[in-house]
Design a protein around this ligand. Structure first.
Ligand code: B1M
Length: 219
């Protein structure tokens, strides 16, 4: 397959809920040395976004959304592993960050992509998981002596978790100890500014740039 065909096949495989096709496309993309970040962002992720749109319009149902998400998780695992293998990350880490999907929210596919891309820059990224409460996020950051706390939110109803984190850090006198970065489909720069987060990123590639800036490692 050409790179263009890989892209189309990855979108179609997710839309069709065809696991065999999705895994074969992912493996072929890895073997042929395709731009894996593009395959993930503009291929498979586009497929899952289209499934979400169809779900919203009532043209796909929850079991189909769940099935597509399960395929997407397997595909992401293959591609994220290959992205990391390809990167020439040394043993020395340039900083530590914890990242979590906020309380009440189980969406973690995008977070997984963000994590693997940031790891390629030599950042020690600790994944605290999904549906993680504010208290557990702060405890995780303290335990791992992280410099940065990243949070992801995909539901308009869970955005408040990112606001709550900022408030709780202030209340506990910890706000200056950590830099914060927020992301997720409904999150905007305006929202990030409003709650007082240090950074916002629209996608995984931008998250890498912002995290390096927060670590003082940008050019
Ligand atoms: Co749900 N879901 N979902 N879902 N789901 C959305 C978000 C929705 C928009 C679909 C829709 O209706 N069109 C809608 C939310 C509506 C709203 O709040 N306004 C929705 C809903 C309603 C729900 C349920 C309530 C459905 C139900 O049960 N009736 C339920 C809620 C469960 C819960 O969390 N409590 C639910 C469940 C699920 C599944 C479990 C089936 C599954 C998630 C599986 C998983 O993640 N392990 C799922 C999925 C897959 C989606 C859609 C279709 C796709 C999300 C995704 O993976 N996108 C989604 C529709 C959509 O987004 N258009 C939808 C691909 C991914 C690569 O992009 O996550 O945006 P994204 O990540 C990007 C950027 O946002 C950014 O970088 C990433 C990579 O480029 N980014 C960051 C993300 N985090 C970042 C952090 C950063 C920086 C950047 O710094 C720290």
């Amino acid at each position: 397959m050409s790179e263009k065909e890989i892209m189309q096949s990855s979108i179609d495989a997710i839309l069709e809920g065809n696991e065999g096709k999705a895994l074969a496309t992912a493996r072929e993309a890895v073997d042929m040395g395709a731009d894996l970040v593009a395959v993930l962002n503009d291929g498979f992720s586009e497929g899952i976004r289209q499934v979400g749109n169809l779900f919203e319009r009532g043209e796909k149902f929850l079991p189909e959304l769940i099935e597509a998400a399960m395929i997407m998780e397997k595909v992401s695992a293959i591609i994220n592993e290959a992205i990391l293998k390809d990167s020439s990350v040394g043993a020395t880490k340039i900083g530590t960050m914890v990242i979590a999907t906020v309380e009440g929210d189980v969406h973690d596919i995008g977070k997984g992509i963000v994590i693997s891309l940031i790891k390629t820059q030599g950042v020690n990224v600790i994944d605290l998981g999904r549906d993680v409460g504010t208290e557990a996020i702060i405890e995780g950051a303290l335990e791992h002596e992280a410099g940065i706390i990243g949070t992801s939110a995909l539901l308009t109803s869970t955005l408040n978790g990112q606001k709550k984190l900022e408030e709780e850090l202030r209340i506990r006198g910890l706000r200056n100890r950590f830099k914060t970065i927020v992301g997720g489909a409904p999150v905007t720069q305006k929202f990030a500014d409003k709650i007082g987060a240090d950074a916002y990123a629209e996608d995984a590639a931008e998250a890498v740039v912002r995290v390096l800036e927060l670590l003082g490692k940008s050019n």
